[in-house]
Write a protein that binds this ligand. Sequence first.
Ligand code: TYM
Length: 317
Amino acid sequence: MRIFSGIQPTGRKHLGNYIGAITQYVAGQDRGEAIYCIVDLHATTVPYEPADLREKTYDTAAILLAARLDPARCIFFRQGDVPEHTELTWLLCSVTSWGELNRMHQFKDKAGAQRELVSAGLFLYPVLQAADVLAYRADEVPVGDDQRQHIELMRDIAGRFNARFGDTLVVPEHRIPAVGARIMDLQEPARKMSTTGGSEQGTVYVLDEPKAIEKKVKSAVTDSGSEVVRGPDKPGISNLIEILSVVRGVPMEAIEAEFASARYGEFKAAVADAITGYLAPVRERYAAIRADEAALEATLEAGAAKARAIAAATLAD
Ligand code: TYM
């Protein structure tokens, strides 16, 4: 089985990225042939500084390696190093409808928030994402819940391409975790945790110091009532229960049972502690990995050579 996923080089990856996606990438290395890509070309669809983007690409690479992506057990590369992605994007455009792209939630959100130019790249973003996966004929795509619509679109694109030109591409399945696929902002639990749309205080970054994590979790918005249970009227507490469940690797019911007679304050302290312990090893390994840019560059280049061999074969077909 072949697994493919991509992540944007914002450098400030957060707990939602970590739980929803990065832990799945790591696990994928034991489940199949895993291919992971830092999507620097996707990052050019909104205004950016070239030098800053290069730095953030290294930041993101170092976070993933610190999280235990192992280049000996997966193919790990930078999208812009493999020109087959952009070539396939163009070919896929002929089987993608304008209407479908116009209905993409992420496009509507990002275009709506954009004060400068809304680029054609932002509109074509999902086609490049389809090309990322389809170039490798991947079977499975581990992602968080917010990527559901993009995966549906790439399945339609692959199906239409095959119907029109003969069986060439693999129609991939998404792999969205049952718990932790949509971690919410701690301050505004009605919206997902996000580097662009969320609140600074409500976003726990993978590289946050323990003190910062403690402060953010302790000031998390909680709901009326005092019981640690999930419910539609309790989005704040439900989110913290979900986070603790994933971090400790136990069912959400077990968390509710453990904290049945606890107050919110005590519960939040336990959540802060658990997140700190969960992210600390990544933050500690990050510093040394990020410091060696030559090694990062060599890792990404070696990954690109392996990726290119696969993608070029698909393009030739
Ligand atoms: P990106 O970089 O925004 O996010 C990376 C991954 O993190 C997941 N994620 C979340 N999971 C749970 N809770 C959250 N609050 C949360 N926020 C983000 C995302 O679902 C994603 O899996 N378009 C993609 C990048 C991409 C891609 C691809 C993904 C480009 N090509 C090919 C898969 C396959 C994106 O914006 O990811």
